[in-house]
Design a protein. Structure first.
Length: 229
């Protein structure tokens, strides 16, 4: 597309006075981490846990169905043998009642199916409880690790700012002719090393926070991945 003053797409965009920036990027993640950490997290409402809970409910229904299959079957039958309207008929014996009762003879297959359903239900229940405990421990561990990484990052950031001030002072001395190139390079190298450590620690902190937010169901891999950080 060629630039032209008449082209509408190249005109300046003026932001209205009432428009204010929203939280975004890493600042939004920091804020979300604090907000989620203060709130109560219901582990049972996490997507993976809820899916497992639905499976347990299905196993429970299967167990009830297998129990019903072992019960006797009763069929009550009624049949009228007359025709015409009911008001024109004199009550008599032209009607038939019947009852059929059936039940499995030895219940071997039914009891076997019931025991299998019961074992599967108990297994799913134990897995469900294990997953709840595992998710709860994982969320707590990630949150504590995030707090530690955040504290270390703040400490390293203070060290970085201290080296930056020393470097700026040394540069002012050098510009005024009162310093040496050796001291200036030394200050700059120490500042850059501190900056690298701060960036590395920030990366660890952000990755941990993202894992924590995914574990709590507050953010998904498809919405905010870590590959681009």
């Amino acid at each position: 597309m060629e630039f032209s003053p008449e082209n509408e797409e190249w005109k300046s965009i003026i932001i209205a006075e009432h428009v204010s920036p929203t939280r975004s990027g890493l600042d939004f993640i920091d804020t979300l981490f604090i907000e989620v950490g203060k709130s109560f997290i219901q582990v049972s409402q996490l997507p993976d846990i809820k899916n497992l809970d639905w499976e347990i409910q299905q196993r429970n229904l299967d167990l009830k169905l297998q129990r019903w299959n072992m019960l006797p079957n009763f069929d009550l039958k009624y049949q009228q043998l007359f025709g015409g309207r009911f008001g024109e008929y004199n009550l008599g014996t032209d009607r038939r009642f019947g009852i059929n009762i059936s039940a499995p003879l030895f219940l071997r297959k039914e009891r076997g199916d019931f025991q299998i359903s019961k074992i599967e239900y108990l297994q799913k229940s134990q897995i469900f409880q294990f997953k709840i405990n595992e998710a709860d421990l994982k969320i707590r561990a990630l949150y504590q690790q995030g707090l530690v990484y955040q504290d270390v990052y703040n400490h390293l950031k203070n060290v970085e700012n201290g080296y930056l001030k020393l470097f700026e002072l040394e540069r002012q001395k050098f510009d005024s002719g009162d310093g040496t190139i050796f001291l200036l390079n030394t200050r700059e190298n120490r500042y850059l090393n501190a900056l690298i450590k701060t960036i590395e620690q920030k990366s660890k902190y952000i990755h941990t926070v993202l894992d924590y937010l995914r574990a709590t169901g507050k953010i998904s891999q498809s919405i905010f991945g870590t590959d681009g950080l």
